[in-house]
Design a protein around this ligand. Structure first.
Ligand SMILES: C[S@@+](CC[C@H](N)C(=O)[O-])C[C@H]1O[C@@H](n2cnc3c(N)ncnc32)[C@H](O)[C@@H]1O
Length: 271
């Protein structure tokens, strides 16, 4: 199924520490969207708002097929299925996430519309031109942007909308940072300016790039600290050998990412 890079990502998300993400972020495994009006919102509320923004861009309707590529524990998939009436296949490299997402869909009475596949989004077990829409929601940087876009282009129908969030590098992004995230979170980031070419090469037409760096990155560390404090007891229940160092490492990672990366939503159409 998976090469060693994908196996490393699976190990990261299957670990007790990897299982903490959804607990801290309200079931989502992506970051949040804040602005002056919503400055008091906690991480979970802001993560839910970002999911709503993504759903608003997704152009999918009742009965249509939607691919959630790198689906986490299924929260965004359930949300888009409820909001639009679409059918969703979620793909995740993490067995823990696939099982958790499947159980959640069952508990919501949505098993007939949601399927969660354990495998790699670089080799989706579906035929060409199968889906009416799809997204990579904070997942493409684990997969390699050009390989992931090529496989998405294969399974999407001509005219289908693909949305994704990615964390673009900045002119100030350092080589030390790139090496750190490659080693610790198995991620590679590209510049926003690379996206038009990446999309073109994969067979997509760029619709828009929304730079929402200011709505995400400066908020991360203060909001993470709040959520860590609010969930202290659950953290130690999930990660029984959790230490202050583990918590400090999380804060460090978020600080380092906020310093070295932006945040954007990319919308594209399959040609
Ligand atoms: C930061 S999480 C985002 C999860 C989810 N999209 C959300 O917003 O809650 C990244 C996700 O990408 C998935 N992932 C990473 N590499 C993958 C691959 N090669 N194939 C499938 N899923 C992958 C991980 O398992 C995880 O679910």
């Amino acid at each position: 199924m998976a090469g060693s890079a994908a196996e490393q990502v699976a190990t990261l998300y299957d670990s007790p520490e990897g299982q903490l993400g959804p607990l801290l972020f309200g079931g989502h495994l992506h970051w949040g969207y804040w602005d002056a009006q919503h400055a008091d919102d906690d991480f979970a509320t802001a993560a839910d708002r970002l999911a709503e923004i993504m759903i608003g861009k997704s152009r999918i309707g009742p009965g249509q097929r939607f691919a959630d590529l790198g689906c986490g524990v299924g929260h965004p998939a359930i949300k888009i299925a409820k909001a639009t009436g679409c059918q969703v296949d979620g793909v995740t490299i993490s067995k823990y996430q696939q099982e958790t997402a499947t159980a959640k869909a069952r508990a919501e009475g949505l098993s007939d519309r949601l399927t969660f596949i354990h495998g790699t989004a670089l080799d989706i077990p579906r035929p060409d031109d199968f889906y009416d829409g799809g997204w990579f929601f904070e997942s493409i940087f684990h997969m390699g942007q050009s390989e992931a876009l090529a496989e998405a282009a294969r399974v999407l129908k001509p005219g289908a909308t693909l949305t994704l969030t990615d964390l673009p590098t900045l002119p100030t992004t350092t080589d030390d940072f790139r090496a750190f995230v490659r080693e610790h979170i198995h991620s590679s980031f590209v510049a926003a300016e690379d996206y038009p070419g990446l999309l073109e090469d994969a067979g997509f037409e760029l619709v828009s790039i929304d730079d929402i760096t200011a709505n995400v990155m400066p908020w991360l560390v203060p909001k993470l600290k709040e959520t860590l404090a609010a969930h202290e007891r659950e953290i130690y229940a999930v990660v029984t050998d959790a230490t202050e160092k583990m918590i400090d490492d999380w804060v460090f990672l978020f600080e380092y990412m906020a310093e070295n990366l932006g945040y954007m939503i990319v919308t594209a159409r399959k040609k």
